[in-house]
Design a protein around this ligand. Structure first.
Ligand SMILES: NC(=O)c1ccc[n+]([C@@H]2O[C@H](COP(=O)([O-])OP(=O)(O)OC[C@H]3O[C@@H](n4cnc5c(N)ncnc54)[C@H](OP(=O)(O)O)[C@@H]3O)[C@@H](O)[C@H]2O)c1
Length: 269
């Protein structure tokens, strides 16, 4: 059950393609011959990426500048994807907030849930009927190692990622034998840009270089895993420890320790 062969009519969709893991996924898909629809809010970054990928790889790249946290802005994209031949969907756009949820902006937290969880659900449901009818397709969902366990001071993010972690792995079970692959990408820390020491985040300062993985390696590993219909891809040692820890450590003991660590992230961000 490998991924569909790229054709001139079909498209691979990547959300959150204007930077980080999403940009690397778009790059890797284009290098594998897939024409793309790339989605994020910053049109200028998407347009620059589209021009580069078209000229480097000879693929077609369509840009959709959409705020995926806004249901009204998201709806026309979902309708378009439902009507087109979508071979691969990488549900990757996501943001995080840090700090006690009671002190955070209510609207920002609600938008985070819309983006990280509801949009993933909407776009997946939009492409599924077409993929099932064609008996081929691949859906990659970017969750997080943080979705495996309680994370005080990162509560809305961790809960949104718990939703997509569970949704991806449950959906994969439902689609067994249909020709549609589903893989959860559950990363820990991924270094998406080389930090300037002057304004490095607390996470950059706390974690040594050896514990980071790059967005390029994550993109390659994720698409390879999706082609093999692997349940979950967990890049890097930190995410593997968080995965195993989330499964076996007593949650009442791990939550306060993790909460203290994430409080520091909140203070440093
Ligand atoms: N990097 C890590 O260590 C790490 C670890 C675990 C999980 N993840 C997950 O990996 C995914 C990618 O993260 P990243 O590290 O690559 O971060 P990033 O570089 O900040 O990329 C986030 C992407 O999401 C897009 N986005 C944000 N808000 C959006 C909105 N309202 N509507 C549409 N697009 C929006 C951003 O584009 P615009 O700003 O242009 O809209 C950007 O393209 C996220 O789901 C994140 O939770 C990352």
């Amino acid at each position: 059950m490998s991924l569909p062969t790229p054709t001139s009519d079909s498209r691979a969709v990547v959300t959150g393609a204007s930077s980080g893991i999403g940009a690397a996924l778009a790059d890797e898909l284009a290098a594998r011959g897939y024409s793309l629809i790339i989605v994020a809010r910053r049109a200028e970054l998407l347009n620059a990426l589209a021009s580069r990928l078209s000229s480097e790889h000879g693929v077609q790249v369509e840009v959709r500048a959409v705020d995926l946290s806004d249901p009204a802005a998201r709806a026309p994209l979902a309708t378009e994807l439902a009507e087109r031949d979508i071979s691969v969907l990488c549900n990757n756009a996501g943001v995080a907030t840090f700090g006690p949820v009671a002190e955070l902006d209510h609207d920002v937290e609600r938008d985070l849930v819309q983006l990280n969880a509801v949009a993933v659900h909407d776009l997946t449901l939009a492409v599924l009927p077409g993929m099932l009818a064609r008996r081929s397709g691949g859906i990659l969902i970017t969750g997080s190692a943080a979705g495996n366990l309680p994370v005080p001071n990162n509560a809305t993010y961790a809960a949104s990622k718990a939703f997509v972690n569970s949704f991806a792995e449950s959906l994969r079970g439902e689609l067994s034998g249909t020709g549609v692959n589903v893989t959860l990408l559950a990363p820990g820390p991924v270094r998406t840009v080389t930090p300037d020491p002057a304004d490095a985040s607390i996470v950059d300062k706390v974690l040594p270089d050896s514990l980071w993985v790059t967005s390029e390696s994550v993109a390659k590993d994720s698409l390879d895993a999706l082609g093999r219909n692997k349940m979950r891809v967990v890049p890097g040692i930190v995410s593997k420890v968080m995965s195993v820890g989330g499964g076996y450590a007593p949650r009442a003991l791990s939550a306060p320790i993790i909460g203290k660590l994430y409080r520091k992230f909140g203070e440093g961000s």
